[in-house]
Design a protein around this ligand. Sequence first.
Ligand code: NAD
Length: 499
Amino acid sequence: MAKDIGHLIGGKRAAGTSGAFGPIFDPATGEESGRVAMGGPDEVAAAVEAARAAQPAWADTSIVRRARVMFRFKELIEKNMDELAKLVTSEHGKTIDDAKGSITRGLEVVEFACGIPQLLKGEFSHNVGTGVDLLSVRHPVGIAAGITPFNFPAMIPLWMAPLAIACGNAFILKPSEKDPSCPMLLAELLQEAGAPAGIIQVVNGGKDAVNAILAHPGIAAVSFVGATATAEHIYRTGTMAGKRVQALGGAKNHMVIMPDADLDMAVDALMGAAYGSAGERCMAVSVAVPVGDATADALIEKLAPKVRQLKIGPGTEAGVEMGPLVTREHLDKVRSYVDLGIEEGAKLVVDGRDFRMQGYENGFFIGGCLFDGVTEDMRIAREEIFGPVLSVVRKPDYKSAVKIINDHEYGNGTAIFTRDGDAARAFANEVEIGMVGVNVPIPVPMAFHSFGGWKRSLFGDHHTHGMEGVRFYTKQKAITTRWPTGIRAGAEFKMPTMG
Ligand code: NAD
């Protein structure tokens, strides 16, 4: 039965007033499975009003009570894991196992947020002057909003909402219009866990909802994750409107394979990192950089048969390694990039363009694609394809391998495969990239560290989750105290000093 996904405003599901809906597809069948309400300024205004009414009392709620909501939220996510994963797969297309893995990575941020009493302890200095004490505390920013992409409909909202709320803020989520069901269930679970009405809200929609968030003076901070062009727009517009903004953008991640690498390990790593989740991950490896022709030849020889043998199918089927892409439009875009690579003169070693899934002929499936002989000036090496297309760029030495990474406009993730500690250390030190793996292909930091790229992969000063997340969702206040029994200095007209 087709479903309608509305909004969650002031603690209740709401249809909204815009009257506009967008389609939701099941990527495996290609069928429209439901509709999502497309909110705008009215829905955002209603959510801000509810948030304003609820936030002061939430900020005054004791920190242990706020932590207990997170403990209960963690339990509810665990209890509902199967249902959450099913929703991710039915609208995104990734396999159930992959969906569960991504929800678990989000759950780890909830676990981190359970430690909020420790995280918000602040700093205290006794006797900075005789009888004078200095205290630094963190206050919530007020109302924060999160705008999230289609590729992680559970994990990325969970990068944001638990920390924002544990810090004492109200949080308004604007999920991707392509897969809104899982974020809606997560928000409802957070309410069930004890977040008061108005503290967690969902406004669904696209551009109009986003632009209303950016324009609303009641929203103090905006966290964004998505494509670079959108991230830049959101950063510029949001900061011009006086908001605090962290905007994480697109990526093109390289993996360097040194001649001394364990090649089987590198090949397995590449299979998962390039083709897992059909390449729709901001940390996917889309460029392999083998050093030396002998390394490159051996790599292609081992990789090509594995790419041909990828088990492709609906994400709900056991044993499937790669599901469909998210929409037909995206499938067409990925196919056209493969056509472009051929036109640009790269050698297509494995061609997945004509893959058809028996019984699912209208699904958005494509087979794994592998290019050799790619050069860094080609568009397939420069632009984010966001599909299961791996480009091999051969380089004669370590220095030229690092150069193409550092010359690239994006700086999200990268990895080196080697047994040489010297090379690994130099690589970690020299690459201008936010997240680096040594024999680890997708170096996504754990929840208690922070996630974020460099260059045009992130606009703003804060990475997401970990201590950077706590800092983003709070503002610092320094309080200097002296009591009448302390030593009195008399009236001071020069700049006051202590001691
Ligand atoms: P997207 O930029 O199209 O959409 C992201 C969000 O912005 C959605 O909620 C969407 O409704 C909204 N949006 C889209 N266009 C808009 C516009 N013109 N004005 C205002 N709002 C707009 O991204 P996507 O296709 O959903 O996700 C894929 C992209 O996200 C890839 O580029 C990927 O690399 C990136 N991503 C980055 C990270 C990271 O951590 N850096 C993580 C995941 C995904």
